[in-house]
Design a protein around this ligand. Sequence first.
Ligand SMILES: [Zn+2]
Length: 284
Amino acid sequence: MLSQQQKQPLLALLIWALLSSGPTWAETSHQPPLFDSHSHYSKADAQRFSPEDIARKYDRLNIIGAMISSTPTEKTEMLFNAMPNRIVPFLSLYPSKAHKPVWMRRTSTFKRIEPHLDAFPYQGIGEFHIFRPDAYSPVLEKVVKIAQERKLPLQIHGDATIIHRVYQLAPDLTVIWAHLGTVPVPEYLKQVLARHPNLYIDTSVRDALFVDDQGNLKPKWRRFFIQHQDRLLAAIDTYSTQRWEKLGETVAVIRGWLNQLPEPTRSKLAWKNGLDVYKMTHLQ
Ligand SMILES: [Zn+2]
């Protein structure tokens, strides 16, 4: 944790970096590795940033790899083809954004999954959005069955009812629960993790919860991260093109709390767990 006095030189450095031209301090500093366990590369993102641009951003920020999905999924394939050693491609269930709230009520959803999985080395399915009222969707059941047969992990943006339902259907499945679920409270998350041993949780977009006004990691989150250090994944979630534009700033925010954790918790959350869960053994 930083005291007020320790922060002064850091603040001066930040102001200097912002006033001078060129990349910001976050992009030039030698930071420990980060594996992004949840991100997207949409059509609009691809129009703004080529795969080579993304590779350069990753190099500059020491992002060693990322789990990517896209709507439509073709852009994930493009990014994977450009960086096969760094990108973990996940298959989106949505041919367009209009499918996001209705995919679980359309049988066309699972009919298009298997041809995609046969044609490309996808390593998981998701991120998909689904909540309690749709927990008993037959389409969800079919998606879980396909994942189980092919031994593919799922990335789910939903509530705990959905997580319980998926594990009722397939207890051995690896599930990555996006954004700490819908009730991001350590006491609650602890119970869900205890109930499902194959569940992992990504921290994307929840960074502001973990720190106080001074940027210090809150004790309850510090305890939670240390106690569950093998089940948590740091992640960025590039849900918009603006998020890609400001990647350096977002990564600096994430490292702001990560770097306050003791080892080995810090490295596990920052990159080691990501490599394990996504089987990126060549980067270990
Ligand atoms: Zn996302």
